[in-house]
Design a protein around this ligand. Structure first.
Ligand code: AMP
Length: 293
């Protein structure tokens, strides 16, 4: 079977309404799959898996086309695109979800295109664990599995999430989700707990403090590029994840892959939505990677 050395990216494709201390914007292109595809798409051609409604803007199609040459697994269905509203606290990190409107996502049953079942990499970005499981079960090539999740699924669908974690090679998770999952606030101890659940590596996202990868033999930390005004932190973790996976596909070391993810995430937070990210190039990313080092 011919392998495809690209990454399938499952997640939400959304229209976001976001409020931060820098203002409020409506119907921004967002979603975990969107941000992750952009993060990975600077260096490769990721394969997003998701669904949009007939209100999805042309500009959104254009952006996906710029970051992927394989959009066979984006479904378009009559109805409304998934939409999410969030308001950030003044500290810039914490946020409240104001609304989640599933729209066409409610009946989403992803079916992988026959050529996409051979992908060697799968990034299960944040989405309901049952969808993550469904996509994983359709993969035929024993892919390397990178998984992200959120507190909602730890709180509401823990048993299904544990099934996914068991089949995950690298778990991406932020610090507060990690302590929620393990009931332990010590990063090293809780990471070891996660390693005993299945993954070979865990990457703990530490927000403005960077990220730390822990495995049996490694404990690697990377920092962040200092951004003066964090205008909108939405999607930073997904962009990090997309960039990180693209580094692994390019055979970069774990720490170089994390640096790539961190540099990309620093652009994400500088403007609302994806607007900064879609106006940078690889050269900009490399410069920030050097600067973080
Ligand atoms: P992050 O800032 O990394 O948590 O991800 C931001 C994206 O996640 C936003 O663009 C939202 O559209 C999307 N999102 C919010 N809630 C959910 C959910 N329950 N499932 C999937 N995606 C979501």
């Amino acid at each position: 079977m011919n392998e495809i050395n690209e990454v399938l990216i499952l997640g939400s494709i959304a229209l976001d309404t976001i409020e931060t201390k820098f203002g409020k914007k409506e119907d921004l292109l967002g979603g975990s799959a969107t941000y992750a595809t952009i993060g990975a798409g600077f260096y490769g051609s990721p394969i997003p898996i998701g669904i949009v409604g007939d209100d999805f803007p042309e500009k959104g199609d254009e952006i996906f086309n710029n970051f992927s040459s394989n959009l066979d697994n984006i479904e378009k269905k009559h109805g409304k695109t998934f939409s999410w509203g969030g308001k950030y606290h003044n500290n810039g990190d914490d946020r409240d979800t104001l609304f989640t409107d599933l729209g066409v996502f409610e009946s989403f049953e992803p079916v992988l295109h026959s050529k996409n079942v051979k992908a060697s990499w799968v990034f299960l970005a944040n989405i309901h664990p049952s969808l993550q499981l469904s996509v994983l079960n359709q993969c035929k090539n024993n892919p390397t599995v990178i998984t992200d999740t959120m507190n909602l699924w730890i709180d509401t669908t823990l048993q299904e999430l544990k099934k996914i974690i068991k089949r995950t090679d690298i778990l991406l998770i932020n610090e507060s989700e990690l302590s929620l999952l393990t009931k332990n606030e010590n990063i090293l101890e809780s990471s070891k707990q996660v390693l005993s659940m299945g993954p070979q590596k865990i990457v703990v996202k530490l927000g403005s403090k960077g990220a730390r990868c822990i495995s049996k033999n490694e404990d690697i930390s990377v920092g962040v590029y200092p951004v003066k005004d964090v205008v909108d932190p939405t999607g930073a973790g997904d962009v990090f994840g997309g960039g990180f996976v693209s580094g692994l596909i390019d055979n970069l070391s774990t720490s170089e892959s994390m640096l790539r993810g961190s540099a990309l995430a620093s652009f994400c937070i500088e403007e609302f939505g994806v607007s900064k990210l879609i106006n940078i190039n690889k050269n900009d990313v490399e410069k920030r990677m050097e600067s973080i080092k």
